[in-house]
Design a protein around this ligand. Sequence first.
Ligand code: PMP
Length: 358
Amino acid sequence: EGAAEQSVGGALPVRPEFQGMSPYGAPQLDVAVRLNTNENSYPVPPEVVDAISAALGAELSQLNRYPDRDAVALRAALADYLGVTTAQIWAANGSNEVQQEILQVFAGPGRSALGFTPTYSMHPLLALGTGTTWIAGERTADFALADPVAQVRAADPDVVFLCSPNNPTGTALDLDTIRSVARVARGMVVVDEAYAEFRRAGTPSALDLLPEFPRLIVTRTMSKAFGFAGGRLGYLAASPAVVDAVQLVRLPYHLSALTQAAARAALAHRAVLLGTVAAIKAQRDRIVAELRGLGLTVADSDANFVLFEVGGDQAVFWEKLLAAGVLVRDVGLSGWLRVTAGTAEETDAFLQAVKESL
Ligand code: PMP
């Protein structure tokens, strides 16, 4: 997987749990059709580029000063988007950082976090980095949670990660499932909703449950639906007490003035940015239908990606698609690959490559 695939440690006294490990990350290859990191394929529209540009320009002469440590204006804009209060929002450099802060303050050495495998592979890595014991929960064959109440009761973790829609499967959770877990969990329940904006009609958001559960946290990101992955802005919504707790571990001035200004300008144009969501969902549904039409097993998806079974060694199939100029993701799930839904042209190229590779 390129230069990043180099193990670290050796002669240096790195923590034993990191010895021989490689840094996390998908290959950033120069391929015509890149459908491997669930980014938004649409570039930022010119009117939003202009607005971000002006907002950044207005910050430049004050870069001698530290930014607003509490990012209040940005959090107010995010609160307005979600329909919650500013005191319920916390933001950081991507939802990865938000989740790391959650583990730092609510988990860590001597404590544990549970997630349901296969799920977002950063969750166990963030646990590792924060000294949190990771507990791999189980899913059924169709990627639903296998009796989550019993699993949570048995493991009694300090943090439960629910990912809805789940990466890499695309599976969303209903509110009854989230509610039943939140009722039995002793610690915090984190619902990672990085892909929430791509939900199919009728699929709920855990935001609706926040008033019921003071230990529930919903994490979101501008990396996917907003097409702002390069801007690095993730956030959480929870009770104000959770936001106060997370501030105990945040680095001072962690969100640069430029990040805050760019994200605020992007949010001011959220209707334009989120305008790509419907088109992406249509491509997602088309990929599911066409792959099933080819006789492949495909997981239902509420996200901007699709997990499909290739009928054989997925690493070999991945290479064939790459040779055809299409980069997808091998998430290490035997027999399965994940493809991001992008533009219609990207779907065309992907489906063509699949047909040639079968
Ligand atoms: N959660 C999930 C489920 C994801 O798939 C991703 C991105 N791959 C993230 C969180 C992190 O995204 P970011 O740090 O860009 O907000």
